[in-house]
Design a binder for this molecule. Structure first.
Ligand code: HEC
Length: 171
């Protein structure tokens, strides 16, 4: 009887220790990623931004009054709504409702973008750490208003929204 009690107690203690270990691991996993990994994600976001900017510039160069609808469809397909890693966001009569800010990062980033300011943040989304970044966009080309009929005929320095990117941070 005494032995059985002792064994039960032993099992209880072992379970307790295992429990503590797992909580510890889970907590450690919650720590923000180290700066070095954040810097790598930031470099990826630079590459991604340059690629997207080049693609958009190509599209704007080819936009004429005659192909506006095709151009809009092309940009919509590139910025597929399923892709949460790159989004065009704005509140200035957006072309699609899905282009409105979706979460607290986007709300804050959009507000700053309308004042011409970039914004970055390291944060967890759906249990994954991300480097998030917003690049403000102005009505800097004449072609903007061909597709966005609510934008003033440009180029003007009016701030209209932002390009928002997010890069998963690997550990
Ligand atoms: C060829 C058409 C076209 C041109 C030119 C164009 N856009 Fe857009 N833009 C779109 C489409 C289509 C979307 C919606 C993309 C999506 O599906 O998320 C969009 C979305 C946006 C958004 C997100 C909010 C909104 O208004 O929908 C911003 C901000 C934006 N564009 C800024 C600009 C700026 C600034 C320029 C000029 C430098 C520009 N666009 C030129 C087609 C265009």
């Amino acid at each position: 009887m005494h032995l059985r009690k002792l064994v039960k107690y032993g099992i209880f203690v072992v379970m307790l220790v295992i429990g503590f270990c797992f909580t510890g691991i889970a907590r450690a996993y919650d720590f923000p990623p180290p700066n070095q990994q954040v810097a790598i994600a930031q470099q990826t976001s630079d590459l991604m931004f340059n690629t997207l900017f080049a693609a958009l510039t190509q599209e704007f160069d080819e936009t004429t009054a005659a192909n506006v609808e095709q151009g809009k469809q092309s940009i919509s397909l590139i910025f597929n709504d399923q892709n949460k890693d790159m989004r065009l966001v704005g509140t200035y009569g957006p072309l699609e409702q899905s282009d409105r800010p979706r979460d607290s990062f986007e709300i804050q980033a959009n507000a700053l973008a309308l004042a011409g300011q970039a914004y970055t943040s390291v944060q967890k989304v759906d249990n994954k750490w991300y480097y998030r970044r917003s690049i403000p966009l102005s009505n800097f080309r004449a072609e903007c208003a061909l597709c966005h009929v609510n934008f003033p005929v440009g180029p003007t320095s009016t701030q209209v929204g932002a390009l928002m990117l997010r890069v998963p941070i690997t550990r």
